[in-house]
Design a binder for this molecule. Structure first.
Ligand code: GRF
Length: 189
């Protein structure tokens, strides 16, 4: 299976996929790492494994970026697109071309704390402020909306009185890596 991973930042989810492909737990190949941020640390993670990386210059405008992304996806014959810490919203031209072939990992139990504005530490800050007893992560299909596609897999974890944004983020990130790899394995069966 030809996999594309879209990133914007550190790429710890990307690293989990790289490791599992390497260990042959995932019967697929990462053909492309696409980033909307030229400084994303995740780009280095890909380069270390000689994976093709491509940076989208957002300043070039949405229409130009969309056409560029579609062209690259077709050139790489991508079967599955994984949004892993990717902060741009894909144009519906792309979501329509890849129905049920784009998945996203979100660091909350959707439908809680998701949609525009809820990403990264903002999610965990809200979980703590609302004194939630549990939180977790969700892998879902990407449709035209933001964090609105059908849920594929979720896993919960506890939230403790003493927790900070950082301690919750760390606990949730572990779950993100686990369920994202599990879902990709299912796609590659
Ligand atoms: C993290 O906030 C994670 O919860 C979400 O995207 C952010 C960066 O993830 N999925 P990564 O370390 O770049 O994979």
């Amino acid at each position: 299976l030809n996999i594309a991973v879209f990133i914007s930042g550190s790429g710890s989810n990307l690293q989990a996929i790289i490791d599992n492909v390497h260990e042959k737990n995932i019967d697929g190949e990462i053909k492309l790492i696409l980033s909307d941020n030229k400084n994303a640390k995740g780009i280095e993670r890909g380069k270390k494994h000689n994976i093709k990386t491509h940076v989208i210059e957002k300043a070039m405008g949405r229409e130009h970026n969309t056409d560029e992304i579609v062209r690259i996806l077709e050139d790489c014959k991508i079967d599955l697109i994984v949004l892993a810490g990717f902060l741009s919203i894909l144009d519906e031209k792309i979501t329509r071309l890849y129905p049920k072939k784009i998945i996203n990992i979100h660091p909350s139990l959707i439908p809680k704390y998701c949609g525009r504005g809820f990403y990264g530490q903002k999610v965990h800050k809200a979980v703590i402020e609302n004194k939630e007893k549990i939180t977790g992560a969700t892998v879902h299909f990407v449709d035209e909306g933001v964090d609105t596609g059908p849920i594929i897999k979720q896993k919960t974890c506890d939230v403790y009185e003493y927790d900070t944004v950082e301690t919750v983020q760390k606990r949730v990130l572990e779950i993100e890596h686990e369920i994202l790899v599990d879902v990709i394995k299912e796609f590659c069966r």
